[in-house]
Design a protein around this ligand. Structure first.
Ligand code: PEP
Ligand code: MG
Length: 883
């Protein structure tokens, strides 16, 4: 087995595709050597050694020692030096490098190989004593910190004290003798802290550093990072040992980092920073202000400090050629590290560069245009969920924020406004032109108008599929839900968070993408849907098989959905329409009526309003399919609850408050989610379903006449468990359709189908498909009923399940393939076996989740339906799912 891979002098043992064995850094160093780029020679100790080290009590495999020694000699030969040689010392850097980029591990030790003797050799070789002793003290400090674990603050203190005593302010004022004195105090610190002197043996230094890198793979920060990012433990890290080049050998030396394209805008330009006469850590440490690489960037940033292009034109030109070469080779934007030693350019690292979503889009699209990558590769480069960043206003990353609490990132985007605790008040203030943020313990359908009026919604209870979260996503409004750290007192009209009390009218900002709740108004940046976005979306549409529809009921939502490319409405939740001011009175009248005749009378008043809603929806959707669901929630949701509200409503209705109170009491259920809702309402009160069916069919005829394109409504019956329920309801709907056709003399085409959102319905799907012409999987309720976990209460404890590894992800966010997924698959198979052309879709929150969309593609559903703002995400995810 080979443990050590060498690189240098235009050749290497490894290649770029060996990142599992050599780590990302090692594989790319090898690749750059193979390309003939100027890379200081070195070698990589493989990730296999890391695994061996972990499993064998921190020991190394046989033969490693010999391989390292051989590789060190080869490196020395290439640079004309030897490790530990007092006259011509070889100095090396030692760096970690895992297959995936991993902050939290030991990073770098520079100048390794320096001791009291070799420092003299470096001094005479460089012809600069100050430089040599400065390098030595940096090495002692760095090595002691990262390898020996001595607090680096002690060294900084010692240096500060020395500077103060001797009247220095800047490090650059210290001469060789000064550094020699400082080095003695550094050594004393190490001896004191470690009970032994700083290692003078260069081999001890090297193995110390190698052990520290391998050991850091298991340090708690690295372990946590791996857990959070699904990086397997067995990957291990590699160690890269490489001949030092010096960016701090005077004014013809420099060090810097560069991106081959601008990482925040995606613009094609060499973008980066450098420092003259400095080592790598100086750029990162931020003590000196780095300079721009190109002259154009310098002018842009109005900097007085000259650019690399101006001060070192030769190395700049070479860097420009290299970056073009590397980008063409890797076919992706690269993040480079380089050092210039006495006018000679050296490349220390290349890797694919991190970028904003905006930059990612531009780079992907530009690279297709430049012929570097295919459209399919471009599509794969964009993380669907990252598109959210583009569709909603986001917080200005530069702005200060005072975070008061963190809840769930329920609906993306940022919003600020004065806090109000009541929906009526939100609506009122909005009508006065004020910006408000609705704060509730939780929301209910009664808050819809308040949510509409608000810039954003904050709740202290409820999960990702709570009412607030679902409705806010539908509206495209920012929402933070389940912020347990916020306490709301409705009576006092105030909230308490992080020890701060805020009153009604105080300004708060929420970030629905992170769940943060902040004090005051944090500035935001507006979204801009550029040409790149449209172009990439077009490619996604060419590739995907799944159709993408939207969950929408209001005209605004429907228009947004169309703008974002929805191909129909997959779920129109009609109950949301029942709350509008003009009809809630009639809805309540209907619920309060004792007789069918009384109910029909009230329904008669609702009919024209409901019909008008549907006409508008059909018109906006211009002939695309629209699925309308019959009334789903329990009736008590529409009734007032507090004494005050009851009195008010009774007055409006001309009813006796006591009668009203009694009716509210009658309708109260112990477990409304499993109670009198869904198709069960249609069984008890078929007249409600009939009114809705009539509104739908009449609207279809009217909209078709107005627009000239035929409308085929899809009538959907919710929460069906048995075929008999659906049969009975379908019969009523069909009768209405026939009556409407007879009355108008117009022919109707329509489908009648059902939501599949109960386990029993999944199992009996074959039976149900005899009646249903389509299925729409309501995976919110299906997850709730399969797990037996309340979707409105899960936030309180599901995080424990994910934290403890019982569940990998929240099943209300990403479909539980093994349980809920199997039920969906069974239902799809049985449904198709019964009715070959049955239309299958999904309309739960999972319809907008990329991982769940992949599952829907795998089992061959026809479409997904999600909130309007997720439509672009779903289009891209559906395209990626095909690949
Ligand atoms: C569902 O249950 O998945 C669904 C879409 O319906 P709702 O969220 O309205 O219950
Ligand atoms: Mg449901």
């Amino acid at each position: 087995r080979k443990w050590v891979y060498r690189f240098g002098d235009g050749a290497a043992d490894g290649t770029a595709d060996m990142r599992e064995l050599l780590g990302g850094k090692g594989a790319n160093l090898a690749e750059m050597c193979n390309l003939g780029l100027p890379v200081p020679p070195g070698f990589t100790i493989t990730t296999d050694v890391c695994n061996f080290y972990d499993r064998n009590g921190r020991t190394y495999p046989d033969g490693l020692d010999r391989e390292v020694t051989g590789a060190l000699e080869a490196v020395g030969e290439q640079v004309g030096a030897r490790f530990g040689d007092p006259a011509h010392p070889l100095l090396v850097s030692v760096r970690s490098g895992a297959p995936a980029s991993m902050p939290g591990m030991m990073d770098t030790v520079l100048n390794l190989g320096l001791n009291d003797e070799t420092v003299e050799g470096l001094a005479s070789k460089a012809g600069d004593r100050r430089f040599a002793f400065d390098s030595y003290r940096r090495f002692i400090q760095m090595y002691s910190d990262v390898v020996l674990g001595v607090d680096h603050g002690l060294f900084e203190e010692a240096l500060e004290t020395y500077k103060e005593r001797n009247g220095f302010t800047l490090d650059t004022e210290l001469g060789a003798e000064d550094w020699q004195t400082v080095i003695e105090s550094y050594k004393a610190i190490v001896a004191e802290e470690q009970d032994q002197p700083f290692p003078q043996d260069v081999h001890e230094q090297l193995w110390g550093a190698i052990g520290a890198v391998f050991g850091s793979w298991q340090n708690p920060r690295a372990v946590t990072y791996r857990t959070l990012h699904d990086i397997p433990d067995h990957w291990g890290t590699a160690v890269n040992v490489q001949a030092m080049v010096f960016g701090n050998m005077g004014d013809t030396s420099a060090t810097g980092v560069a991106f081959t394209r601008n990482p925040s805008t995606g613009e094609k330009e060499l973008y980066g920073e450098f420092l003259v006469n400095a080592q790598g850590e100086d750029v990162v440490a931020g003590i000196r202000t780095p300079q721009s690489i190109t002259e154009a960037a310098r002018i842009d940033s109005k900097s007085e400090m000259p650019s690399l292009e101006a001060v070192m034109p030769g190395p700049f030109k070479e860097l420009t050629a290299i970056y073009e070469r590397l980008e063409a080779h890797y076919r992706d934007m690269q993040d480079l590290e380089f050092t210039i030693q006495e006018g000679k350019l050296w490349m220390l690292q290349t890797r694919s560069g991190k970028r904003t979503t905006r930059a990612a889009l531009k780079i992907a699209v530009d690279m297709v245009d430049e012929g570097l990558i295919s459209k399919e590769v471009a599509l794969g480069r964009i993380k669907p969920s990252s598109l959210d960043q583009l569709l909603h206003p986001t917080l200005d990353p530069e702005a200060d924020r005072e975070v008061l609490a963190t809840g769930l990132p329920a609906s993306p985007g940022a919003a600020s406004g004065e806090i109000v605790f009541d929906s009526d008040e939100a609506e009122h203030l909005r009508s006065l032109g004020r910006k408000v943020l609705l704060v509730r313990v939780e929301t209910s359908p009664e808050d819809i108008h308040g949510m509409h009026a608000a810039e954003g919604i904050l709740t202290t209870r409820g999960g990702m599929t709570s009412h607030a979260a679902v409705v806010a996503r539908g509206m495209g409004k920012p929402c933070v839900s389940g912020a347990g750290g916020v306490r709301v007192d409705y009576a006092k009209e105030e909230l308490v968070a992080a020890g701060t009390t805020l009153r009604k009218g105080d300004i708060v900002t929420i970030d629905g993408s992170t769940g943060q709740v902040m004090r005051g108004a944090v500035p935001t940046i507006k979204p801009e849907l550029s040409g790149d976005f449209a172009k990439l979306m077009g490619w996604a549409d060419e590739v995907r098989r799944l159709k993408v529809r939207a969950n929408a009921e209001t005209p605004t939502d429907a228009r947004t959905a169309r703008e974002f490319g929805a191909e129909g409405i997959g779920l129109c939740r009609t109950e949301h329409m029942f709350f509008d001011e003009d009809r809630i009175v009639s809805v309540r009248e209907m619920i309060l009526a004792d007789t069918e005749a009384g109910r029909r009378e009230a329904l008669q008043k609702i009919l024209p309003m409901q019909r008008a809603d549907f006409v508008e929806l059909f018109e906006i959707m211009g002939g695309l399919p629209v699925t309308i669901r019959l009334l789903d929630p329990p009736l008590h949701e529409f009734l007032p609850h507090s004494d005050e509200e009851i009195a008010q409503v009774a007055k409006g209705l001309g009813a006796d408050p006591e009668v009203l109170r009694a009716r509210v009491g009658e309708l109260k259920e112990f477990n409304p989610m499993l109670g009198h809702r869904g198709v069960r309402l249609a069984i008890t009160y078929p007249e409600i379903a009939e009114m809705q069916a009539r509104a739908i069919f009449e609207a279809a005829i009217e909209a078709a006449e107005r627009t000239g394109s035929p409308v085929t409504p899809e009538v959907m019956v919710p929460l069906v468990a048995t075929r008999a329920e659906l049969d009975m309801t379908k019969e009523r709907i069909v009768q209405v359709a026939e009556r409407v056709q007879a009355e108008t003399g117009k022919a109707l085409t329509y489908l009648i189908g059902t939501m599949i959102e109960l386990p029993r319905a999944c199992l009996r799907a074959g039976d149900i498909a005899e009646t249903a012409e389509f299925f729409s999987f309501g995976t919110n309720d299906l997850t709730q009923t399969t797990f037996g976990i309340s979707r409105d209460d899960s936030a309180r404890f599901l995080s424990d399940y994910t934290a403890k590894g019982i569940l990998e992800t929240d099943p209300f966010v990403s479909i539980d393939r093994e349980g809920v997924g199997e039920l969906v698959q069974i239902a799809a198979e049985r449904g198709r076996a019964q009715r070959a052309d049955i239309k299958l879709g999904i309309c739960g929150e999972h319809g907008g989740d990329p991982a769940s969309i992949r599952f829907c593609e795998e089992i061959g559903l026809d479409y997904v339906s999600c909130s309007p703002f997720r439509v672009p995400i779903a289009r891209l995810a559906a395209a990626q799912a095909v690949a």
